[in-house]
Design a protein around this ligand. Structure first.
Ligand code: ADP
Length: 394
């Protein structure tokens, strides 16, 4: 195999990875995609090749593989055995927070690590794990160049006024601002639109990233001008297990009247709310769509309602709407959710083409529809690999 880039996305108990081969032409081709899940409890590795064929499915002893570094060592051994001629030329990491200033990826150095550590308080549930993966690579192969790609960076083009909260000004200076997330997904979609939908790429577009985490982004001429997520990834749309936008007075009420601790509230907001909490059935949209429980139907209704409220808000930021783009697990795969959203968005001029919607064709609105609707699959890993290739001049 030629030179390759490893892309890592580390969570608290998981390590997702992809390997991209760099062709002579500079083109990137996925040759392996996998994940280690259950780190700390029951670690399990699953890997597929670039065609989706299974390469490995292994259960590991948690005493032997307890850390990101140990998992990475095992993954490296497996990849080396599978691609003996390959050379790893760089590693790109998904790093959730780039703080107020980083609007582009960053090559890892000791000073860069210090800067990224300073953002840990802004994303305590994710940033430490992202940085642990960088350190794990440093342990295994200290000379390998590494790049941090931020979920916040793409939104740094937004107007400053949109990044404020109505708190005393010093809180803004202390970093309490709207950052926005899922930036690598939006950047990928923005880069793809000129190829699949050139007629809308320069216009006013709202992208709905509907996965287990979900948010929306307003693009004007391919640049982010607004986002439904704010200071944390809790804001905006309702998600699989997160509530989305809610009155901050609820947090005070839970603390003062219900006697919940900060830890309990964190658990409620990140793990027990959203589709899961409202339906009582589960957090997987497929399960909810197949369920005949009235609360599953309520959760779906509320999910769609929130999307449409945010769509209205982002259309207002854009001063109108030329197109709505669906992406991520639910957005790419659920014709039903797209149909429900588009029906409610008729007032914005979207006329759904039901047949195109069923097939998931890139354009799912009728010809002549005042605003069009699209399905554009996202690829955050490829975006990270592209950034890594460019920054390291590979
Ligand atoms: P993540 O945010 O974890 O990367 P994804 O973008 O992969 O998530 O989206 C995962 C979610 O997509 C799942 O929770 C599931 O609810 C949803 N999903 C996947 N396929 C379908 C489908 N055919 N219909 C409805 N929902 C789907």
């Amino acid at each position: 195999m030629e030179q390759a880039i490893l892309v890592l996305n580390a969570g608290s108990s998981s390590l997702k990875f992809s390997v991209f081969a760099i062709a002579e032409t500079g083109e990137l081709r996925a040759v392996a995609v996998g994940q280690v899940e259950g780190l700390g409890t029951a670690p399990r590795l699953r890997v597929k090749d670039g065609d989706g064929q299974r390469i490995a499915d292994e259960q590991w002893d948690k005493a032997a593989v307890g850390s990101h570094a140990q998992a990475l060592q095992r993954v490296a051994d497996l990849l080396r055995a599978r691609y003996p001629g390959g050379t790893l030329a760089g590693v790109g990491h998904r790093v959730v927070h780039g703080g107020p200033d980083y609007s582009a990826p960053l090559r890892i150095s000791p000073s860069a690590m210090a800067a990224l550590e300073a953002f840990i308080p802004l994303a305590p549930l994710h940033q430490p794990h992202n940085l642990a993966a960088i350190r794990a690579v440093q342990e295994v192969q200290p000379d390998l160049p590494q790049v941090a790609c931020f979920d916040t960076a793409f939104h740094r083009t937004q107007e400053t006024v949109g990044q404020f909260y109505g708190l005393p000004y010093e809180y803004y200076e202390r970093g309490i601002r709207r950052y926005g997330f899922h930036g690598l997904s939006y950047e990928y979609v923005a880069a793809t639109l000129p190829h699949v939908a050139p007629e809308i790429a320069g216009g006013r577009v709202v992208v709905a990233h509907l996965g287990s985490g979900a948010s929306m982004c307003a693009l004007h001429g391919g640049r982010s001008v607004g986002s439904s997520m704010g200071f944390t990834a809790l804001d905006g749309l309702m998600m699989g297990t997160r509530p989305g936008n809610m009155d901050p007075g609820i947090v005070l009420y839970l603390l003062q009247q219900e006697g919940l601790s900060a830890q309990q509230i964190e658990d409620l907001l990140y793990k027990r709310s959203g589709l899961l909490g409202l339906s009582g059935v589960g957090n997987d949209m497929r399960v909810l769509l197949a369920s005949d429980s009235p609360r599953a139907a309520l959760a779906i209704d509320y999910f769609v309602y929130r999307i449409n409220r945010e769509l209205g808000a982002l259309a207002a930021v854009l001063g109108g709407l030329d197109a709505l783009v669906f992406t991520a697990g639910i957005g790419e795969n659920s014709a039903r959710i797209r149909q429900l959203v588009c029906r409610q968005a008729r007032w914005l001029g979207i006329e759904l083409d039901d047949e195109a919607n069923e097939t998931g064709a890139p354009c799912i609105s009728r010809p002549g529809s005042r605003a069009s609707a699209w399905v554009v699959p996202t690829n955050e890993e490829l975006m990270i690999a592209r950034h890594t290739r460019e920054l390291l001049a590979l």
